[in-house]
Design a protein around this ligand. Structure first.
Ligand code: ZN
Length: 295
């Protein structure tokens, strides 16, 4: 899965006083949400990479004064990652220097741990950009001096990084040894599972039952947790569950969300490529071991 970057290791502790050095990696995004792009540099051997601070200053034509604008994100092993926020001084560069964040996964031009770094940086970037002003009183926020949070100097409101909980659901039928595969109506084109966000006031298990009913019109039981996955590009934490259909097995698909939902046997499951998602791992478990692999 995306977050499994062994032998690399993510250190997401917030080091308040960490300063960028010339070898630090700089993420510079531009654009909004789904259209967001990331600055990519080319190494002398032609490989794609995210620029070091020194490369960033050279490519973007900015002086070292911009170092004050950088926000510390995290480390991977000893490599430090920083954000150059898009609300800082605009970088005058042509389109060829940027790549679409949503297509980086598909193109597979970056090492896996860098893709995970990008997804995690994207999540933090979206949160930092959305937290510049206090939602309660409208004043400009400042970085909290102890933890990763934005603080309002006027009313004392504290804004912590926001992570949206969502579930991935593999609906199984023990009797026929099949699972339900879906395809979204828009966006991602490959096979997927039933999925949805948790609403305020419900448990993850209740989200599972509600989303299955909403998307495919079925009742489920025996909800069993599998694994979780941070999915920064959608600002999510995903929790994967297997569950059993009960009663009527005829699918009544929600056509506003899905364009395909069918019962599929293990041998007919076509997996996603590249292999990054929790969804794909859950489908693979069923493809290799059938229902027995899910209990
Ligand atoms: Zn405030």
């Amino acid at each position: 899965m995306l977050q499994e970057i062994f032998p690399y290791k993510l250190d997401n502790h917030y080091y308040q006083d960490e300063k960028a050095d010339e070898k630090s990696i700089v993420f510079a995004f531009r654009g909004d949400a789904r259209e967001k792009e990331i600055l990519i540099s080319q190494k002398p051997d032609g490989a794609n990479a995210f620029p070091t601070l020194l490369e960033f200053e050279e490519i973007a034509g900015v002086d070292s004064g911009i170092r004050d604008e950088l926000i510390y994100l995290f480390k991977i092993d000893d490599e430090k990652y920083f954000l150059y926020p898009s609300y800082a001084k605009e970088i005058a560069l042509d389109d060829s220097s940027f790549g679409k964040v949503w297509s980086v996964r598909r193109e597979g031009k970056l090492p896996d741990h860098q893709v995970f770094a990008l997804y995690t940086a994207f999540h933090l970037c979206e949160w930092y950009e959305a937290s510049r002003f206090c939602g309660k009183c409208g004043a400009q926020t400042i970085h909290d001096d102890k933890e990763r949070a934005m603080a309002c100097p006027k009313c004392g409101n504290k804004i912590y990084p926001r992570i949206n909980p969502a579930v991935i659901i593999c609906v199984t039928d023990k009797e026929t040894n099949k699972l339900i595969l879906t395809k979204y109506r828009t966006g991602f084109a490959q096979n997927a599972l039933v999925a949805g966000f948790t609403e305020i006031g419900e448990t993850l298990e209740e989200t599972v039952k509600r989303e299955v009913m909403e998307e495919v019109g079925l009742e489920v039981d025996n909800v069993r947790y599998y694994k979780s996955q941070p999915w920064g590009i959608a600002l999510d934490i995903l929790a994967g569950f297997y569950c059993d259909v009960v009663g009527d097995k005829e699918i009544k698909m929600d056509e506003s969300e899905l364009k395909y939902a069918e019962w599929v046997a293990p041998e007919d499951i076509v997996l996603q490529s590249p292999d990054y998602s929790l969804t794909n791992e859950m489908m693979r478990v069923f493809k290799e071991k059938g229902y027995e692999g899910t209990i």
